[in-house]
Every structure is written in structure tokens, then in C-alpha cells.
Design a protein around this ligand. Structure first.
Ligand code: SF4
Length: 230
């Protein structure tokens, strides 16, 4: 009798979890493809707590697994935009990955500040740095996720905007938002170890959240660049 009851409860729990994962995947696809956000808190709970299971369900249905990371990023961008916008630019950081650099980048790595861009103009890091500093952000080009943790501990910003591949970005936003940190993120449009690309305009738009007079002064690089890596 006891084992039969236990079996039924287990079966119901498994079915409920399968239904939750399936509904979450459908809601997530709606969010990514149609920009329609439904039950965001439940969706975020599923992405955070059933990350690997959700990826399995996605691949079972022929959906690329990275969509789970994309859903997490879109959700945090939507839910966190308002609190990010309330933070003063001087308390914000912009962190971009070193894979955006040109292969012939002349900059050197500093153990606390990351890559020290010389603004040679061979890649978009110069444009990102210029706009970030113009708005009052602190800007970092980093060689990895551990470096971001060190910067956050040392600089103690109140908000962070990150650029990275889907998986790294989702993980970083998840970690930072656990400590009530205002986060925003822009995924790379082409990832990899070198020669990656980011949508420059999207980064600029997120950078300017809550900065009223920012759009009035358009940086020169924006007039010529929409999508760019190098
Ligand atoms: S602009 Fe790009 S290639 Fe030039 S120094 Fe900065 S990071 Fe390196």
C-alpha cells in the first residue's frame, strides 16, 4: 500500500515536472521569437532551477539548447531594466570579452584591470570603451568569468552590463542577480574564442537605459556601425 502510494506520487511529480518544462519552453520561445512575456517569474524559476532538464527537453524537440540561455538573458533584461536604469552611470560597469579584440591587438593584459585597450581602432572595443566612458561607466575587457568576479569584488558597482556568449552571459547574470545586483546583458551574435561579433547598437541602447540626455549626443562610431565585430 505504502509503495503503491509512493509510486503514484512519484509518477504525478514526474508528469508535473514534464508539463512545467514543456510549458516553460513554449513560453520561452514566445518570449524570444515574439517578445511576448508571460509568467516571467515562473519562467525564470524553471530556467534557474531546471536548466539542464530544460536543455534536454529543448533538444528532444529539435530546438537548439542555447535557447535556454537566451530565455534567461531576455527575462533578466526585461525584469531588471527598471532597476538598472535607476543606477547612476558612475556606479555601473560595462564588461566585454577579450575575444572581441582584433587578432593583431597591441594591448596588454593587466592583472587587475583586464586588457588595457590602446584605442588603436582595429576592433569595436575602442567604440565600446569610448561610449562607456563618455556616459560615465567604468569599462573592462576581460579574459574570463573569474576576472569579472574579481572586478565586482574590488570595484563594488551597483549595476553591470555584460557582453558574452549565451551560456557565459546567462550564468554571469544569474550569479550577479543573486546578490540583488542590477544586471543587463547583450549576447554575442557570433561567438567563439576569436573573431567574435556583437551588435554595437544593442549595447549602446542598453548602456543608455535611464540616461536621459545620452541619445542626444550620438557617438561618431554609431553613425557608421550597426553590427560589427572587427
Ligand atoms: S581597439 Fe581593439 S585591437 Fe585596438 S587596442 Fe583596443 S582592443 Fe586592441
Amino acid at each position: 500500500m505504502f509503495y503503491e502510494l509512493l509510486g503514484r506520487i512519484t509518477f504525478l511529480a514526474v508528469m508535473a515536472l514534464a508539463a512545467l518544462l514543456l510549458v516553460s519552453l513554449i513560453l520561452g520561445i514566445l518570449l524570444v521569437k515574439k517578445k511576448r512575456i508571460l509568467l516571467p517569474k515562473i519562467l525564470l524559476f524553471t530556467v534557474d532551477h531546471f536548466y539542464f532538464q530544460l536543455k534536454k527537453v529543448a533538444s528532444m524537440f529539435g530546438v537548439r539548447e542555447s535557447i535556454v540561455d537566451q530565455i534567461g538573458i531576455e527575462l533578466r533584461n526585461t525584469l531588471g531594466a527598471q532597476s538598472f536604469a535607476m543606477v547612476e552611470p558612475k556606479d555601473r560597469i560595462l564588461v566585454v570579452p577579450q575575444c572581441l579584440r582584433h587578432p593583431k591587438c597591441p594591448a596588454r593584459l593587466d592583472s587587475t584591470e583586464g586588457i588595457l585597450c590602446k584605442e588603436c581602432g582595429l576592433c569595436v572595443v575602442k567604440d565600446l570603451k569610448g561610449e562607456a566612458e563618455r556616459l560615465g561607466y567604468r569599462f573592462y575587457t576581460v579574459p574570463g568569468g573569474r576576472f569579472v568576479e574579481r572586478i565586482v569584488k574590488r570595484v563594488r558597482p551597483k549595476a553591470a552590463l555584460g557582453v558574452a556568449c549565451y551560456k557565459d552571459l546567462n550564468m554571469a547574470m544569474h550569479e550577479l542577480s543573486r546578490s540583488r545586483f542590477a544586471v543587463q546583458g547583450v549576447p554575442l551574435v557570433r561567438d567563439g574564442c576569436v573573431g567574435t561579433e556583437v551588435n554595437l547598437r544593442e549595447v549602446f541602447e542598453r548602456m543608455r537605459l535611464g540616461i536621459e540626455d545620452a541619445v542626444a549626443s550620438v557617438s561618431p562610431c554609431e553613425e557608421k556601425t550597426h553590427l560589427s565585430g572587427r
